[in-house]
Design a protein around this ligand. Sequence first.
Ligand SMILES: Cc1ncc(COP(=O)(O)O)c(C=O)c1O
Length: 399
Amino acid sequence: MTTQPVVKRLALASRLENIPPYPFVARAERIRELKAGGHDVIRLDIGNPDLPPHPAVIEALYNSAQNPANHGYGGYAGKPALRRAFADYYARRFGVSLDPEREVLPLIGSKEGLINIGLALLNPGDVVLVPDPAYLTYSRGALLAEAEPYRVPLVPERNFMPDLESIPPEVLARARLLWINYPNNPTGAVASKDELAGIVDFCREHDILLCSDNPYADVTFDGVRAHSVLEVPGAKEIAVEFNSLSKTYNMAGWRVGVCVGNAEMVNALLRIKSNVDSGLFLAIQDAACVALNEVGKDWIAGRNAIYQRRRDILMEALPRLGLSATPPQAALYVWARVDGGDDVAYSEEALEEAHVSVTPGRIYGPAGRGYVRLSLVIGETRMREAIRRLSEWYTQRGG
Ligand SMILES: Cc1ncc(COP(=O)(O)O)c(C=O)c1O
C-alpha cells in the first residue's frame, strides 16, 4: 500500500527562505562523514568548552533532581533565588546594581534571548546594526524578525571597535538596535570602559537601543579585566546585556543565560518568552545558583590559565601554519589572517587533507574574508597534534 504525503507541498515561510542554513550544520555533517570513513578529525572550529563545570555545581544538580517537587515547570521568569544570584554576580563582578524583579530575566541559554529580543522589539523594515565579523545570531535574529541587518565593520586598526561614524545617515535614521560583543567572538578584542561609554553616547544621541552580548566577560588572559556595558552611567536607560554560564562556568550544554538591564526591554523579552517557553528545569536553576554564588575567582582564573597556555602554544606555531594573528586578550579563539587570503580554501583543504577543522572567517561576515578562527577548547596534546598535522599539510602544499 502506498501512502500519500499528508502535506503535498511544503512551502517554507519567507522569513526562513531568507536565511541560509546555519553553516556549522554542514561542517558537522562533513566531519561525521570523515569520522565514519575512519578519519580522526580534530575540531578547532567550535566554541564548546572542553573542561567540566565545578564539582559543586554537578552535585547541586544531582541533589536538586532528587526532590520530586523540582520536576514541574520552572517559571517564566525563573526562581527568585536565581534572579538574585545573577544580580549579586553583577554587583560583585561589575559594581552594577540590578533590581532582581524587573531588571533580570533568566534565559534558556543566551542564544534564545538574542533571537527573542528581536521578536520583541523589531518591526519589518527596521535596521539592526550588527558588527562585521560577528557571532551569526545577531544578523539571523534581525532576519527572523523581518528586519534588515546592516553590517558595521570591525577592523584591527580600531581595536575591532565599530566605526559608527561611517554609518550613512539614511541607515541611521532607520536603525532601531545596535549589537556589540566585548570580549569579542571571533576577534578576541576587549573594549575599555571609555570605548563602551562612547558607544552608549552614540546610541543615546541617535535613539538606538543597545544590546550588549557579554558571555566571555570572565574568559580573559594576561590579567585583563573585561567590563559590562552597564558600568557606563546611564546605560540602563537604553541598554540590555546578555550573559551566560556557558563559557564562564563551562556549562554550555546546561543552557543557562540571562538578560539584564533596561526594565522595559527585559519585560518585552519576557512577554515573548512566556508565549514561547516555560522556563528552565528547576534543578538546573538550583545548580546555576551554586555556580554564581559559590564558584570563586580562583577556579575561573585556573581555568583561564589553561586556555592562555593553549593560546600561547597556538600563537607560537602560527607562522608554520601560514597564519598570523595578534594574541587574543579574551574569549576562546585565535582570529588569524591567512597568508594568501583565501579562508575558505584554507579551511576546506585543512579539513580534507589534514583532518583539522578550522572555521572560515567569512562565516562571521564579509569582513571575515581572509581570516580563519581557531578555538582553544581542546587539550594541549591534541592541540600539538593539530599543529603538527597543519604544518605538515601546509609545507606539502607549498607554504
Ligand atoms: C558571542 C556569543 N554569544 C552568545 C553565544 C551563545 O551562548 P549560549 O550558550 O549562552 O547560548 C555564543 C556561543 O558561542 C557566543 O560566542
